[in-house]
Design a protein around this ligand. Structure first.
Ligand code: EPU
Length: 333
């Protein structure tokens, strides 16, 4: 277990905000986590994965916990479906690479998503028509309130679009491992626009295609700081959609019809229509290839720069289309 005080978090958040926390603890097992004297730790206590979906709005006065539980165990009984137990600290894309390498189907559309397995279970990560919830059977946790281990079925996790029970109870449960189900023969899911016509002869081939698409659209985390999609795609009623379409005039509004008649409109399109592509605020900027992403363009953007850009975008989209965007990225500080 590594315990450090006044810890520099700039290398541990993909936005590369230069912030510190009062205490940083990295544990390697559930037993190490359970052995901590939580009452004596600086508060609040916050669990962090790869730091790829959050914005530190300033120094963090409390304790950051980080899982280094990194086992991947296959419960292979020769059936088509293969259960896999994955430690919460496993880097998500390393896992996807390994599963695809074994010829196992299920996770390939979720290639190259930054972050770790535990955070994937909190956030219900999703891309190209697949979400984490499609793969998960159960989640093991440590309950900080009761100070004991507990387990949840996938249904109990109440997964929705970038939502889960763990987001609502983020102070309570620390995810320690996830039980996933992958398959020897399930085959590709190519319904998402952009995947049609790719070579889908193996999970590895689909992974390569997904990686190529993501590299075209999203900033390379090695080169430029960001937290991926900054906003959620808003879900509107048919009436609200009709108003957006009226404002758009002759321009066709891209959209996806959901169950119950609700309509998802790409936030990227709304932001683009408001002319924010490439907009700057101090060191922060709207990424020019995908305006849903705010980037630390200069490498020295402050949390205030990002927050100001966020405010401008929300106000601009609301003024033009009457739609309230909400951030997908968690704000901590
Ligand atoms: N668009 C524009 N202008 C642009 C770029 C895009 O108008 O400059 C419009 C286009 O109409 C495009 C639409 O935006 O069709 C949607 O873009 P895309 O399908 O690439 O994805 P998205 O809705 O922007 C979501 C996820 C991504 C995920 C992709 C692929 C959210 C908030 N984002 O983005 O997830 O990779 O779909 O499935 O749901 C993330 O969560 O960090 C993330 C990157």
């Amino acid at each position: 277990m590594r315990i450090e005080d006044n810890y520099d978090l700039s290398g541990l958040n993909t936005f590369r905000m230069k912030v510190r926390c009062a205490k940083h603890i990295e544990y390697e097992s559930v037993e190490e986590l359970a052995s901590l004297d939580f009452d004596s730790l600086p508060k609040p206590i916050k669990h962090m994965g790869g730091g790829s979906n959050l914005l530190f709005t300033g120094d963090f006065p409390g304790t950051i916990l980080h899982s280094a539980i990194r086992h991947v165990k296959y419960v292979d009984m020769g059936f088509d479906e293969v259960p896999v137990i994955v430690g919460s600290g496993v880097v998500w894309d390393k896992l996807v690479e390994e599963l695809c390498g074994h010829g196992l189907w299920g996770a390939e559309n979720l290639s190259l998503i930054p972050g770790e397995a535990g955070a994937a279970a909190v956030q219900n990560i999703g891309a190209y028509g697949v979400e984490f919830k499609d793969l998960v059977s159960g989640v093991s946790c440590f309950d900080l309130q009761e100070r004991k281990k507990c387990k949840f079925t996938a249904a109990e996790c109440r997964y929705g679009y970038r939502e889960s029970m763990f987001k609502e109870a983020s102070d309570r449960y620390v995810i320690t491992s996830v039980l996933l189900k992958v398959s020897r023969s399930a085959g590709p899911r190519l319904g998402y626009k952009g995947l049609e016509g790719i070579d889908a002869s193996s999970p590895q081939k689909v992974r390569e295609a997904v990686i190529a698409i993501r590299r075209q659209k999203l900033p390379d985390p090695e080169e430029i700081g960001s937290a991926g999609s900054f906003f959620k795609n808003p879900v509107v009623s048919a009436l609200e959609f009709a108003r957006i379409a009226e404002i758009a005039g002759s321009r066709i509004v891209p959209h996806y019809v959901l169950d119950g008649g609700f309509i998802k409109v790409p936030a990227a399109w709304l932001i683009d229509q408001c002319g924010f592509k490439g907009a700057k605020e101090g060191g922060a900027a709207v990424y020019d290839k995908q305006p849903l992403v705010i980037v630390n363009a200069s490498g020295h953007a402050s949390p205030e720069d990002v927050l100001e850009l966020e405010r401008r975008i929300i106000a601009g989209v609301h003024q033009k289309f009457g739609v309230s965007l909400s951030p997908e990225v968690e704000h901590i500080g």
